[in-house]
Design a protein around this ligand. Structure first.
Ligand code: NAI
Ligand code: 15L
Length: 265
């Protein structure tokens, strides 16, 4: 493809994916409200607040695909979530509609279903059980994407990322972890698939302890290669197993289920 847009490119996943997805497009357009450093020869840098409709329209123009990582990524005040994750998503989809419907990978989250217990199987089409306002904003994003698919044929992969970090750092992540390399491979599959549609994809590595099944999305050809299990012995030593009653051991969303509603000052 000619041009891939990455929103939230200054964030943890943006920084991890920046080099890993470089071969997917001739030009990678990087965007954020935070500093993105210097552009490499194949890169363009455009500062943009997702809440600014006109700026998002200009940002999306000329792009063939969008890796949408931008937004508030943890529980926060509703006003911040509203601007980046709700208004920002609407602005992105309206811009995509105006500019040829580039395929989108939406970084959704396991916190759409965080209040399922860890021993409860959750199908991709099971009712959502968000564990906070952040999770609710990802439910909104998935619903918005689905509506643009049904109404206009806009394709989106709704990737419910578990925990995408360099390595797992607690027992819950033996189930939820996705390695950076597996995420990069998923991004390539999403943007290269002949037909995408609007599937929910669980963003996890091939973990022995996984809770979620991607059988319904096998047509994408994604075969994650990493497995959090190789870190189990290390995690038994530190931080050790959580108490059986801890949200970390009870709910799929872990400690997010305990977050308060952060009220405005
Ligand atoms: P992050 O918080 O490190 O990065 C998000 C980026 O979005 C930041 O650089 C921030 O400046 C930018 N941003 C925030 N508000 C913005 C606005 N109004 N306009 C433009 N940019 C704005 O998060 P991370 O870990 O890189 O996650 C990326 C995406 O993946 C997020 O949408 C997050 O919700 C999702 N996700 C990440 C998981 C993980 O394990 N890292 C798990 C589940 C979902
Ligand atoms: C998320 O949605 C967050 O963006 C990330 O920071 C992690 O906390 C992750 O979920 C998780 O559940 O581990």
């Amino acid at each position: 493809m000619k041009r891939l847009l990455i929103t939230g490119a200054a964030g943890a996943l943006g920084r991890a994916m920046r080099a890993r997805v470089a071969d997917l497009a001739e030009v990678v357009r990087l965007s954020d409200i935070a500093d993105l450093g210097t552009a490499a020869p194949h890169e363009e840098i455009i500062s943009c607040d997702l809440g600014d409709a006109a700026a998002v329209d200009r940002l999306v123009e000329g792009c063939d695909a969008i890796l949408h990582l931008g937004g508030i990524s943890v529980e926060d005040k509703f006003s911040k979530i509203l601007n980046a994750n709700l208004l920002g998503l609407y602005n992105l989809y309206e811009a995509a509609r105006a500019h040829g419907q580039p395929r989108i990978l939406f970084a959704s989250s396991n916190h759409t279903v965080g209040f399922y217990r860890q021993d409860e199987p959750v199908a991709a089409d099971a009712p959502m059980r968000p564990d906070g306002l952040y999770g609710v904003s990802k439910c909104f994003g998935e619903a918005l994407a689905r509506m643009y698919f049904e109404k206009f044929g806009q394709e989106t992969a709704l990737v419910r990322i578990g925990s995408c970090t360099e390595k797992p750092t607690n027992h819950r992540m033996l189930s939820t972890w996705m390695s950076y390399d597996d995420f990069a491979a998923l991004i390539a599959c999403v943007f290269r698939a002949p037909m995408l549609g609007c599937p929910v994809v669980w963003g996890i590595s091939d973990n022995d302890s996984r809770w979620w099944d991607n059988g319904h999305a096998a047509y994408l050809g994604w075969r994650p290669r990493d497995n959090a299990e190789r870190f189990r012995a290390e995690l038994e030593v530190s931080p050790g197993r959580p108490e059986a009653s801890s949200p970390l051991a009870v709910y799929q969303g872990g400690m997010f289920t305990r977050d308060p509603i952060f009220t405005e000052e």
